[in-house]
Write a protein that binds this ligand. Structure first.
Ligand code: 4AD
Ligand code: MG
Length: 449
C-alpha cells in the first residue's frame, strides 16, 4: 500500500493497523529518546510522519545517522492523531536504512529557488513542489487520454520524424539537411505538429487525436517556449470552427475538474504555496462559459488600451504579442478567452479561408498568466485555394502534395486544435516558468542531460 492510499481512505483507517513502506527521508528531528522522521514515498506530495520511540530503538536502527535524502524501509503501527496537523502517524517497529545520502545532498530544508533547481534537473523532483507538479502533470495526461478515449476518438501515433514543415513557419529542428549520404537520403525534420497526419486519419475515423513530443527551433528565450514540448492534437471530420472551440472548452473543463478531484493534495499544496489563488482561478474557469472574441474586436479593445503596452502600434494584421494576449485574458475577460478569425497573413497555410477573403477560421485560446495555450482552426477544403496559398507564401508544394491530395478522395471538412501540454500544466499548477513543468527542459542554447 502507498501513502497516497492511506490518505485517500483516511476516514476509514483503524487505529493500530500495521503498515510498511519504503521511501526517502525529508526531515529527521527529535532527540535520542524520541525521533520524528518525515518520509515521502513518491505516491503523493503528502509525507508520512514516522515516530521512533525509546533510546534502545533509536540506537539499534541508527536513527541519528539518517540524513536528508536517505532511503529507508519502515514497518510499524498506524496511530490516528486527530488533534495534530497530520491525520495519522506511524510508530516504527522496524527501520532499515537502504542507502544513506551523502552529506552534500543539495536539497536541504532551507529555501531553494526554482532557478537553482533548474541546474539539477535529475534531483529537483525530490522537492515537494516538483513532486506536486509532476503528479499533476501525469494526471492531466491520463485525463486527456480518458476524455478522448471515452468519446470514441482514435489515438493516432503521428510520426516524430517527418519530411514536412507542417506549420510552414521554418522553425524546424533538422534531422537531415538533405545531404545524400545520410540515413534518409532526403530532408528530414523533427515534427512541429502531428496535425497534417492526423487530418489524413480523420478522413477515415472521423475523430482522432495525437499526443506526442513536438519540436520547434524557436529562438525565444521566454518563460513559455520549449524546443521540445508535448502537444495534444484532436482532429474531427464534419466539424466547424464553432464546434471545435466548444470541444476545446469542454475538454479543458473535464480534465481540470477531474485533476482537482484526483490530485487534491497536490493542488492544495500548490494553492497554499501561491497564497490561495490557484483554486479560485480554476474554479472560476470551471463555472463559466468560455468567452469568444473576434480578432477584429480584440484589436479595437487593445487600441483603446494602447498605453498599457510596450508595442503600441496596434492595427488589423498585428500578430498579438504576449503582453496583448495576457492583457485580454487578465484585464478584459479575467479568465480564458478564445480569439477567432485572425487575418490570414499571420496564420498557417492550411486554415479555412473565410468569405471576407481577409481572415481565416482560426482560434487561439488565451489563459491569464500564460497567453496562448491552444491554437486551432477549421481546415481549408479546396485543393485550389490551398495550392494558391502555398504559392503566395512561397512554400514548396511538392513535399505537401499528399496533403493536398487528401482533398481529392472523398474529402469532408475537418477542424482541430493543438494544446500545448506544458502550458496547460502551467495553468493548472500556477507555475510561471514552462521549464519547471517538464522533467528535463530543452530550450534554445541549453540541453542538460
Ligand atoms: O498554435 P500552434 O503552433 O498550432 C499548431 O501546431 C497546430 N498544428 C495545432 C492544430 O491545429 N492541430 O501550437 C499549438 C500549441 C500552442 O497553442 C502552444 O500552447 C503550444 O502548442 N506551443 C508551445 N509550447 C511550448 N513551447 C513552444 N515552443 C510552443 N509552441 C507552441
Ligand atoms: Mg499558435
Amino acid at each position: 500500500m502507498t501513502v497516497k492510499q492511506l490518505f485517500d481512505k483516511q476516514d476509514n483507517l483503524k487505529n493500530d493497523q500495521k503498515f510498511a513502506f519504503e521511501g526517502w527521508v525529508i526531515s529527521n528531528r527529535g532527540n535520542n529518546k524520541l525521533r520524528f522522521l518525515v518520509v515521502n514515498d513518491g505516491s503523493t506530495v503528502n509525507n508520512l510522519q514516522v515516530v521512533v520511540k525509546g533510546e534502545e530503538a533509536n540506537e539499534k536502527f541508527k536513527i541519528d545517522d539518517i540524513n536528508l535524502g536517505t532511503s529507508i524501509k519502515i514497518e510499524g503501527i498506524l496511530k490516528l492523531t486527530p488533534e495534530a496537523k497530520q491525520p495519522f502517524e506511524l510508530v516504527a517497529d522496524q527501520v532499515q536504512i537502504i542507502n544513506l545520502a551523502d552529506n552534500d545532498f543539495p536539497i536541504q530544508k532551507k529555501e531553494i529557488t526554482l532557478d537553482f533547481l533548474r541546474e539539477i534537473p535529475h534531483l529537483r523532483a525530490k522537492t515537494a513542489i516538483f513532486k506536486a507538479v509532476m503528479l499533476v502533470r501525469s494526471r492531466l495526461m491520463l485525463e486527456i487520454h480518458n476524455y478522448f478515449q471515452e468519446r470514441g476518438f482514435l489515438n493516432i501515433s503521428a510520426p516524430i520524424i517527418t519530411s514536412n514543415d507542417g506549420e510552414g513557419a521554418g522553425e524546424t529542428l533538422i534531422v537531415n539537411d538533405g545531404s545524400k549520404d545520410l540515413f534518409f537520403k532526403q530532408k528530414a525534420f523533427l515534427g512541429v505538429t502531428g496535425q497534417l497526419h492526423a487530418e489524413a486519419y480523420a478522413q477515415v475515423f472521423k475523430k482522432v487525436y495525437t499526443f506526442a513530443p513536438t519540436f520547434r527551433a524557436e529562438n525565444s528565450h521566454t518563460s513559455r517556449h520549449l524546443a521540445e514540448f508535448w502537444m495534444m492534437e484532436p482532429e474531427v471530420a464534419f466539424c466547424n470552427l464553432k464546434e471545435i472551440i466548444h470541444l476545446a472548452d469542454d475538454m479543458l473543463k473535464a480534465v481540470i475538474k477531474n485533476t482537482i478531484k484526483k490530485q487534491a493534495a497536490e493542488i492544495k499544496y500548490l494553492d497554499e504555496l501561491q497564497g490561495g489563488n490557484l483554486l479560485d482561478t480554476l474554479d472560476k474557469f470551471l463555472s463559466k462559459d468560455l468567452t469568444i472574441l473576434e480578432y477584429k474586436k480584440a484589436i479595437e479593445i487593445l487600441k483603446e488600451n494602447k498605453k498599457e503596452f510596450e508595442e503600441q502600434n496596434i492595427y488589423f494584421g498585428l500578430d498579438l504579442a504576449s503582453e496583448h494576449e495576457k492583457f485580454l485574458a487578465e484585464k478584459i475577460v479575467k479568465g480564458p478567452v478564445a480569439i477567432t478569425n485572425f487575418p490570414k497573413e499571420i496564420k498557417a497555410f492550411y486554415m479555412y479561408q473565410n468569405k471576407d477573403k481577409k481572415t481565416v477560421a482560426a482560434f487561439d485560446l488565451l489563459a491569464p498568466g500564460i497567453g496562448e495555450i491552444i491554437g486551432g482552426s477549421q481546415r481549408e477544403e479546396s485543393y485550389d485555394k490551398l495550392a494558391k496559398r502555398l504559392a503566395e507564401l512561397k512554400i514548396n508544394q511538392e513535399p505537401l502534395q499528399w496533403y493536398l491530395d487528401l482533398r481529392r478522395f472523398g474529402y469532408v471538412g475537418s477542424s482541430g486544435f493543438g494544446l500545448g501540454f506544458e502550458r496547460l500544466v502551467m495553468y493548472v499548477t500556477g507555475i510561471s516558468n514552462i521549464r519547471d513543468v517538464i522533467p528535463f527542459p530543452r530550450v534554445a542554447g541549453s540541453i542538460k542531460m
